[in-house]
Design a protein around this ligand. Sequence first.
Ligand SMILES: Cc1ncc(COP(=O)(O)O)c(C=O)c1O
Length: 423
Amino acid sequence: MNDDQSPAAYPDDAFAAIAPLVRGETAVWLRDPGLGLTVDAAPLSTDEIAEARARFIRFEPVLRALFPDKDWDGQIRSDLADYPMSSTPGLLVKCDHALPMAGSVKARGGVYELLCYVEELALDRGLLGPGQSLETLLAPASLAVLEAHRIVVASTGNLGFAIGRVARALGLQAEIHMSHDAKTWKKERLRAIGATVVEHDCDYTGAVARARQAAVAEDAYFIDDEDSRRLFVGYAVAAAELADQLSARGLTIGPGRPLIVYLPCGVGGAPGGITAGLKQIYGEHVLAVFVEPVASPCVFAALAVGQGRPISIYEFGLTNDTIADGLAVPSASPFVMQAIGRNIDAVVGVTDQAMVDWVRRAWAQAELRLEPSGASGFAALDPFNSRARAAGVIDSDAKPVHVVWTTGGSLLPEAEFAALLAP
Ligand SMILES: Cc1ncc(COP(=O)(O)O)c(C=O)c1O
């Protein structure tokens, strides 16, 4: 296919939006600002998010006991840090790259779904009476029961590690199906904690399908990254955490001071869940900017070309070949697109070089240890703001609060990080 030609199934004007990505260039897609919020602006109820928050709190003593090596209170929570940047004064960073246990945003959704399963299983097997403290799960008799159960999940690395690490600590078996993009060191660290790594010679969409099949065959619990409300809710809990942190800084979001969040996006679950939570709190005063590699723009393609339905990026001659392993996804989650797709305000496709430049800059300027996926939000700042200002999406006199969500990297091994920093 010629770079400037639309595949027959799509109109040329829709294809024009994605054409720069096909040429390997940065591109911005903006939602029509006249649309306002749609009916499913908050696909989660406040009760659902409150319940998730309460479950995380119930599990704090268990997680603290399972991971006692650090001075940690059991809360899955990250800092909101200042970032010195002259072009974006007042820039803040939500440091999920340093989340406990996993070193990535996956400690939210992935671990949440695992905790739901463990609690259900414990009640079902009589390990836990209603209202009884979850610390009972740490007793040898409980751990022996959990040992007989298997969690199955597909991952490019970080989701599998978050789930695998906590599952193994609880005694559960963990089977992680990995796509060909997964880095060797991510597979090795999973094996080192006793997880079973199943390597697939296919992309992430294929790995999810194979993991789903394997889970049926084994009668295991499958965490479905393409279709899970629990994952989504787990991520959404981060919104209230951010809102508390903004209030504590005296930052009131509203007319004249919108909140703009820059969220690295793979299949869409993590940014989608966070967006759903934020839209529930701030409505139209929060703008959610999803960030994808130019070679793997699956949400970009769904919104710019697919009228909100997931479509395969291969249809446009895109390769899904990117240094950002966590974001190497060729087709968006149908669940996420259905739940929040119409409320995603923008998607920015960023180059591998821009992500690597930001890994280096964030380390040099602020000692943030990021992997390329986790640094991608920074790379979207300038392209988004110049397009959004020009298009009138941000009022000329508005003073937005910008939050770059750094989603992974604090557990990068030294050699991997040094290789990224090397010129
Ligand atoms: C570091 C990092 N950031 C962001 C994401 C995107 O999450 P999702 O695939 O749920 O969109 C991932 C996914 O693995 C990741 O590893």
